[in-house]
Design a protein around this ligand. Structure first.
Ligand code: BES
Ligand code: ZN
Ligand code: ZN
Length: 477
């Protein structure tokens, strides 16, 4: 783990193996060291330039934007960690928000998932020194608090990524439950793990049906963080499909690969509660994960089955690959019994959301326009891409069933992200309709190439956005 130290020395006087200087919008006046070397090597402020003589790495950034700084910081660390340097130094840029982004980018630049590689590459880089020098003279009050928050965020994001990246033979529902127990112990959270008996007692027949053909038993994980002074109660629900083969409506081979990441929503909510407990937010937070596999076998649930969901509604199954909404329907029902002020679910729910918004953006759905807009704004502020997708009554009709209260797939293939969201809406009681948000993270949760501050694989999507949202809930009082 990279350690970041705040220094009281200037950039030049701060000792380190190598320095990083961000060159914003090709403006070299803002760099600490004026150097002829740019001309000599033809560096004009784009990309990374390593001045080996003065041991400075220049990182070009197109505009003074937080998102660009975060990504550039990550790239700088990733560039340096291949080289034999133990320490680097940077200066201060912009305000606390900018510095949090820079810290986060640098800390996450160290991430790689090498658990299953026989040969692990341990980077030389161990330390970053932050010189007390702000070239654009923005006053910074509490850089230590900013750094502490970035460390908590990055550690949780890395934990979430590790769990999601873990192969399905190991990352079973029991494995997720064990991780939840560890998080609970570390942060003194209440931890309740419901087994099959519990699910039966709770009448979670939809959840249980999805699990039926799996060799691994299901688990309902429920972590609770209760601060002394609580301003609101937020209940988070995550889809925790440790593997989604599609069930009897089996996925084609190419589409099945990466479905270990179908637990991303569940992992995200564990990471979110971990961050909030460590920050000590004055908001009561619950994290609920519906953990199971969706497999095939003689005892598998089938297209044509009708399931009895916990909320008292019947569901006609026409496609067993639309399993996440079944698990969520029962978990959301359980979640509403906790009387939330805000109820938010995170799920890799539909391929349609990825088609509609692209693989880098999550979809925000729900009935409350103001709440959706608020979440979107805070998500963007946190550095996550999200966009709202509107429900409408015409799409709502597509999930009507002839023999049950609702059908688990829509009768049209268009608007699949929204019809899935509207399906979940069927299980939200009227009094909670305005308090509920559904976040479809199917796109950004797992991308098989590097992008933004993410390595190939799991990203930890949903975590930064939701932490930002709950901190805002706290600030509103
Ligand atoms: N887990 C998938 C959705 C998914 C697809 C996540 C791609 C990440 C990347 C979900 O359970 C699923 O299979 N959904 C189906 C629904 C359909 C059968 C209505 C889908 O999107 O194809
Ligand atoms: Zn599926
Ligand atoms: Zn799924």
């Amino acid at each position: 783990m990279l350690k970041i130290n705040l220094k009281s020395t200037s950039f030049i006087d701060t000792k380190a193996d190598i320095g990083i200087v961000f060159v914003v919008n090709k403006n070299f006046k803002h760099t600490w060291i004026e150097s002829k070397i740019f001309k000599e090597f033809g560096y004009e402020g784009e990309g990374i330039f390593f001045d080996q003589r003065n041991k400075i790495i220049y990182v070009g950034i197109n505009a003074f934007e937080i998102d660009l700084f975060r990504e550039a910081s990550m790239q700088a660390v990733r560039y340096i960690k291949k080289m034999p340097f133990k320490s680097i130094k940077i200066g201060i840029y912009g305000n606390e928000e900018m510095m949090q982004a820079i810290f986060l980018g640098m800390l996450l630049g160290m991430y790689d998932f090498s658990e299953y590689k026989s040969k692990k590459n341990t980077p030389f880089l161990k330390e970053i020194f932050v010189a007390k020098e702000n070239f654009d003279k923005t006053p910074i009050k509490n850089l230590q608090a900013t750094l502490d928050k970035a460390v908590i965020l990055s550690e949780s994001i890395m934990l979430v990524r590790d769990i999601i990246n873990t192969p399905p033979q190991e990352a079973t529902p029991l494995f997720l439950a064990d991780i939840a127990k560890k998080i609970a112990k570390e942060n003194k959270l209440q931890c309740q793990i419901g087994d099959e008996k519990f699910l039966k007692k709770e009448k979670m027949e939809a959840f249980l049906a999805v699990n039926r053909a799996s060799c691994f038993p299901p688990r309902l994980i429920h972590l609770t963080y209760k601060p002394k002074k609580s301003k609101a109660r937020v209940v988070l629900v995550g889809k925790g499909l440790t593997y989604d083969s599609g069930g009897l409506s089996l996925k084609p081979a190419d589409f099945m690969v990466t479905m270990k990441a179908d637990k991303s929503g569940g992992c995200a909510v564990l990471g979110i509660i971990n961050v909030l407990a460590k920050i000590g937010v004055n908001v009561e937070v619950h994290a609920i994960v519906g953990a199971t596999e969706n497999m095939i076998g003689g005892n598998a649930y089938k297209p044509d089955d009708v399931l009895f969901a916990r909320e008292g509604k019947t569901i006609e199954i026409r496609n067993t690959d639309a399993e996440g909404r079944l698990v969520l329907a029962d978990c959301l029902s359980y979640a509403q019994d906790l009387k939330p002020d805000y109820l938010i679910d995170f799920a890799t729910l539909t391929g349609a959301c990825v088609l509609g918004l692209g693989e880098f953006t999550s979809g925000i759905m729900g009935y409350n326009e103001e709440l959706k807009a608020r979440f979107e704004k805070l998500a963007l502020k946190s550095g996550e891409l999200m966009a709202t997708l509107p429900f409408n009554r015409h799409l709502g009709k597509l999930i009507e069933s002839k023999i049950a209260d609702v059908c688990n797939v829509a009768s049209s293939r268009y608007g699949g992200a929204i019809t899935a969201g509207m399906f979940l809406g069927q299980f939200i009681r009227d009094i909670y309709k305005d308090k509920w948000l559904h976040i479809d993270i199917a796109g950004p949760a797992f991308v098989e190439k590097e992008w933004d501050i993410n390595t190939a694989g799991a990203s930890g999507a949903g975590l930064r956005a939701c932490v930002e949202f709950i901190l805002d809930v706290e600030a509103r009082g």
